[in-house]
Design a protein around this ligand. Structure first.
Ligand SMILES: [Fe+2]
Ligand SMILES: [Fe+2]
Length: 511
């Protein structure tokens, strides 16, 4: 892990650190400030235009431009009639819904590669836009409105299990239906739709490795798909690898092939190292009605904010399960009553947080949204102390602390409705983070668990160091940090809050 230059913590980070140090009885050892003042940064500290933003800007660094598309040289095209090279031993062809070859194959390890440009049906497998659709400002009303390319359809793009807007989607039958730097991925490869995608390669013939990978990741709203050459030193090939390594949820190509995590805001429920959340779905019983200002927002910005607040709602909703699991673990370990009472109270906080987040998601979507059922079929009750400490460090000490930092960003939103939600989250998430550190302190009375906690912290630090925050808009007025801002928030919270709290418990904190 790379060492970062020394930097003065922001006032918000200092306040959170003091709050957590006070929770573990180490509040007086750092700075001469009344811990009672430390739980919530005051109004001036929450004004990021003065105090927080310049400090965060130090860590952000220059924007990293996406790599140029790697266009295959014309002389590397396959001769007509030549069989495509096999990208991996034992690859199986992926067929379209019509039963014809899609041009993609699945390797035995699950990685998907493109081996040929096939002709396929230009399917768009999404429901047509209904005549009474809500929230389709700037979108389409019927297929005839979709004229930017061939095979246009006016449809309802999915949002988890729900629907937000009507929008044009364009299928493709061949690469010639797509733009200059794109290829056509047939239906059956990613989902039931065909689509033109950015192309780093057409087939394995364009790649030194012989493998032209198809990267796809579902972001809660749609699939992000592209092709890119694979290489022997890629960080991953499949989603399963990322989950096994606990370094992310999906293996996708951004600046290289690597594992990606969902954004963190609040305590995640981790199952086998991966965050588990419910999809968003149309329902009205999980929202606290909210009225953020929508007038100045484009349809694309509203979609981004719908996605962001749905993701936060999903994480808050899953936090309830995390605290429920922790409750039973603490009972099994004979924990003191105050830890149990606070853990139960925190679970109730998370229900409220989920409703606030889904309230905002619903407002941006223009229709009610809430959580689909949370898949818990494989969530066991782990009672081994080492596993409990590991989950507590991941979900509580790190997850809640980063969540509190993100809540601080939301509290600075110019939109008063969003800012009010953020201010409430700062108070609660800071308290939850303090609870996690107090619980860890109690568990570490067993000194054999110290190296377990240190290893979990080191893994968390490595994940943060290697995390790719992808692309996305920066809409601070509505509480959505862009990739650079989110990276800076997380790294500052880890350096300025997690590390000193770990050291206060006598743990060797990662550099
Ligand atoms: Fe929360
Ligand atoms: Fe929380």
């Amino acid at each position: 892990m790379k060492r970062r230059p020394a930097r003065r913590p922001s006032p918000a980070s200092s306040a959170l650190r003091l709050s957590l140090l006070a929770a573990i009885g180490a509040g007086g050892c750092v700075e001469d400030q009344d811990p009672a003042d430390a739980a919530l940064p005051d109004a001036e500290q929450l004004d990021g235009s003065v105090d927080v933003a310049p400090d965060l800007a130090v860590d952000v660094g220059p924007d990293v431009a996406p790599p140029d598309m790697i266009l295959p040289p014309p002389d590397m095209a396959l001769p007509d009639g030549a069989p495509p090279p096999a990208p991996c031993e034992g690859a199986a062809p992926i067929m379209t819904p019509e039963g014809t070859p899609s041009g993609a194959v699945r390797c035995p390890d699950g990685a998907i590669d493109r081996v040929a440009a096939e002709v396929c049906e230009p399917r768009v497998d999404l429901p047509a836009c209904p005549a009474d659709a809500e929230g389709n400002e700037g979108g389409c009303a019927e297929d005839a409105d979709c004229t930017d390319g061939p095979h246009g359809r006016c449809v309802q793009p999915p949002l988890g299990g729900g629907i937000a807007f009507c929008a044009c989607r364009y299928g493709c039958a061949t690469d010639s239906d797509c733009g200059e730097d794109e290829v056509c991925i047939c239906a059956g490869v990613v989902d039931g739709s065909s689509r033109c995608v950015p192309a780093g390669c057409d087939t394995g013939a364009d790649c030194d490795s012989g493998e032209c990978g198809i990267s796809s990741a579902y972001d809660g709203c749609d699939y992000s798909v592209r092709t890119a050459c694979r290489a022997p030193d890629d960080l991953c090939r499949t989603d399963d690898e990322c989950r096994e390594m606990a370094t992310g949820d999906t293996c996708e190509y951004t600046n290289g092939w690597g594992c990606q995590f969902q954004p963190v805001c609040g305590r995640p429920l981790t199952v086998d190292g991966a965050a588990r959340t419910a999809a968003a779905t149309p329902r009205g019983d999980w929202r606290t009605p909210a009225r953020p200002a929508l007038e100045a927002l484009s349809a694309a910005e509203r979609r981004a904010l719908t996605r962001w607040w749905s993701q936060i709602g999903g994480l808050e909703h899953a936090s309830v399960a995390s605290f429920a699991r922790t409750t039973m673990q603490l009972l099994a370990l004979g924990a003191p009553a105050d830890l149990l009472a606070d853990t139960q109270a925190a679970a109730a906080d998370e229900v409220r947080h989920a409703r606030l987040a889904y309230g905002l998601a619903s407002a941006y979507a223009g229709r009610p949204l809430g959580p689909a059922p949370l898949d818990l079929h494989d969530v066991g009750l782990e009672l081994e102390k080492a596993a409990i400490v590991t989950a507590l460090v991941d979900e509580g000490c790190v997850g809640e602390t980063l969540g509190a930092a993100e809540a601080g960003f939301i509290a600075e939103a110019a939109d008063p409705t969003v800012a009010e939600v953020g201010r409430g989250l700062v108070v609660d998430e800071s308290r939850h983070a303090g609870l996690a550190w107090r619980t860890l302190k109690w568990l570490l009375a067993d000194e054999a668990l110290i190296p377990v906690a240190e290893a979990a912290l080191a893994r968390a630090a490595d994940r943060l160091d290697e995390a790719d925050y992808g692309d996305g808009p920066h809409l601070p007025a509505h509480g959505l940090p862009g990739p650079d801002a989110r990276r800076a928030l997380h790294r500052a919270a880890f350096a300025d809050v997690v590390r000193p709290c770990a050291e206060a418990l006598g743990l060797r904190a990662p550099a």
